[in-house]
Write a protein that binds this ligand. Sequence first.
Ligand code: HEM
Length: 119
Amino acid sequence: MLKALHIALAYLTVAGFILRAFWALSDSPLRQQKWVKIAPHVVDTLLLAMGVALAVQLSISPFAGWLAAKLVGLLAYIGFGVLTMRAPSRALQAVGLLGALASVGYIFAVAFTRQIWPL
Ligand code: HEM
């Protein structure tokens, strides 16, 4: 149950990010809506909370192995995400978008394989 919710939120954060990145790159006024600013924080906080709950339930340390790799990937996803939304130029926003998609792709690969280097 917890895991199913965690996975559903994982897909939701990516879908939401792609939509907001599209709006940011096209300077759409849609991104100024109040719910668009709030919803990602709700989704991401729940995703993190479910992840922490899963790690506690399964007694997995967040400071070693694949879970630590996921957290590093998460920091990169957040950093590139901020760049996508706030960078002053299109080029930098595009770098942010590519970086965020690569980071979240890495997180998914690590989650599914439980390998730090999921090849
Ligand atoms: C963008 C962030 C995240 C994404 C996209 C993501 C994605 C996923 C996915 C798809 C799975 C299912 C893997 C499977 O089917 O076996 C999973 C499992 C898991 N995630 Fe995350 N996750 C994220 C963040 C986190 C965080 C922050 C934590 C902990 C602090 C966490 C802890 C876990 C744990 C412990 C499992 C394993 C469950 C098990 O082995 O049964 N995740 N994650």
